[in-house]
Design a protein around this ligand. Structure first.
Ligand code: NAP
Length: 497
């Protein structure tokens, strides 16, 4: 990719980081879109245009699939010894480690994430994911199966084929890695379609994978809007679709993939319930509740965006949260003390604001916190806000708002807490804060979610699978389960005499 420098002001504001104009990465070549169209990429902290990337259309998506198909069928990657593939992924992890500061800055500048988070969470997780699946690759093996017949029978673990990896705007690097690393470890080839607003780090990742030794055509990136994503999903040469995004788009993706019986995993929205029991360490529980809803400016599928509090401590917890909202540092993602950066783009900000406007005119809801954002920056800022007095079937409780907004509801019994927690269409993440070990296990078992945290929130590790139930999707990412999604089993039976 040619680096020609970013638009006015970007390099200066971010310590000399150059923001390159993007190119599609297809078959090992950097290209413009076939029709020459581009998308402007905005700086979320100022609203200014930073650079452009091609807006891939149907022809570009088809060209990328063709490159991935040829690379898969030709077999130099899919037929490579898994240990050798693993070595290449480990080399990629090493290269990423050497460029960690650059990747953290690029992710912050494009997605508005605080630099302390990209440095300490996003980029280390990216590196660990390539290390983890690089190491796991050497364990990909079949097994001999005794059959009781005059035959030698064994299984082979084979890649699925061409994978379309479609990712959302909120964790560009991490969610690219949770698909690309296991898909490549298993021997698949990939066409990656990052989110329209936050594609820059995915393009840099392509450079690193190429430099690590991933052959041309094995990993391809098409930037652009949903048109490119939809073309990938409908292309009969794509064997598997790995999608992370909203439930509404995920439903369309699953439908289109199932029409042609392509394998599909879909990781969708969430509305995580965090339960505080009166027997918890209340000071720690309040701290956890704050982190759970402001992390990543609330643009987190596993956000603890619904707080359920046992009635005896309800008022104290709500007042403490309201007070805390006014003190959480909201501002420039590159300031070391920023906890809440801007939202990633104007459409996300507008969506979240529409819920807050509705709440403000709803007589029964108390809107606490808010305000307190950098004045006149032009950035997409929103301060943490708490909604008290909401009812279970209100939109604030049932719908994913996807911003730093927390609903709070009281409960009287453990059964009621579980019923309220499970009472939305989603089932991605949940948690409880308690000092009672028996209750911890009982409630963890009763919550309908892909992951449950006890006395904490968002403790994630590449070794632990995550994924949804109900309207939060199906399939698992991370852990050995994440590799399984990209493998299929073939039986070979050799007749003996
Ligand atoms: P989105 O609007 O559903 O978009 C996700 C991706 O799909 C983007 O790359 C998007 O491209 C693409 N796309 C749009 N229309 C498509 C179509 N018809 N066919 C194929 N691809 C299409 O989601 P988002 O707003 O970027 O992300 C936020 C959502 O993701 C939230 O609901 C969040 O909960 C969810 N999420 C889930 C997880 C999880 O692990 N379960 C993790 C993170 C986020 P464009 O960007 O160009 O529209």
């Amino acid at each position: 990719m040619t680096v020609t420098g970013g638009s006015d002001g970007v390099a200066e504001r971010h310590g000399g980081l150059e923001v390159p104009p993007g190119r599609l990465f297809i078959g090992g070549q950097w290209r413009a879109a076939a029709d020459g169209s581009v998308t402007e990429i905005l700086d979320p902290a100022t609203g200014a245009v930073m650079t452009t990337v091609p807006r891939a259309g149907v022809r570009d998506a088809a060209r990328a699939v063709e490159a991935a198909r040829i690379a898969f069928d030709e077999g130099s990657w899919s037929g490579m010894n898994p240990r050798e593939r693993g070595r290449i992924l480990l080399r990629a992890a090493e290269l990423l480690r050497g460029r960690a500061a650059e990747f953290a800055a690029l992710e912050s500048v494009n997605a508005g994430k605080p630099i302390t988070f990209t440095r300490n969470i996003d980029v280390p997780t990216l590196i660990e994911t390539f290390e983890y699946y690089g190491a796991l690759a050497s364990g990909i093996e079949g097994a001999a199966r005794p059959t009781g017949r005059p035959a030698l029978a064994y299984t082979r673990r084979e890649p699925v084929g061409v994978v379309a990896a479609i990712t959302p705007f909120n964790f560009p690097l991490i969610l690219s890695a949770t698909k690309i690393a296991p898909a490549l470890a298993a021997g698949n080839t990939v066409v990656h379609k990052p989110a329209e607003e936050t594609p820059l780090s995915a393009l840099r990742l392509a450079e690193v994978l190429r430099d690590a030794g991933v052959p041309d055509g094995v990993h391809n990136v098409v930037t652009g809007d949903g048109t490119a994503g939809e073309s990938l999903v409908r292309d009969p040469r794509v064997d598997k679709v790995a999608f992370t995004g909203s439930t509404s788009v995920g439903r369309r993706v699953a439908q289109a993939a199932s029409e042609r019986l392509a394998k599909v995993t879909i990781e969708l929205g969430g509305k995580g319930a965090n339960i505080i029991f009166a027997d918890a360490d209340i000071v720690a529980a309040i701290q956890t509740a704050i982190q759970a809803f402001v992390f990543n400016t609330g643009q987190f599928c596993m956000s603890g965006s619904r707080l359920l509090v046992e009635r005896p401590v309800y008022r104290d917890v709500v007042e403490a949260l309201a007070d805390a909202c006014g003190h959480i540092p909201v501002g420039d993602p590159f300031a070391e003390d920023t906890v809440v950066g801007p939202m990633a783009g104007p459409r996300h900000l507008a969506k979240v604001r529409s819920y807050l406007d509705r709440a403000a005119s709803d007589g029964s809801v108390r809107v606490l916190g808010g305000g307190n954002t950098p004045a006149d920056s032009g950035g997409f800022y929103l301060a943490p806000t708490v909604l008290d007095g909401v009812t279970q079937y209100s939109p604030y409780v049932q719908e994913e708002i996807f911003g730093p907004v927390l609903t709070v509801q009281p409960f009287d019994t453990e059964e009621e807490a579980v019923r309220l927690a499970n009472g939305t269409p989603y089932g991605l993440a949940a948690g409880l804060q308690t000092g009672d070990i028996g209750r911890a296990h009982r409630v963890a078992a009763a919550l309908r979610a892909g992951i449950v945290w006890v006395n904490g929130w968002a403790v994630l590790d590449v070794a632990m699978p995550f994924g949804g139930c109900k309207q939060s999707g199906y399939g698992r990412e991370n852990g050995p389960e994440g590799l399984e999604e990209y493998l299929q089993t073939k039986s070979v039976v050799v007749a003996l005499g």
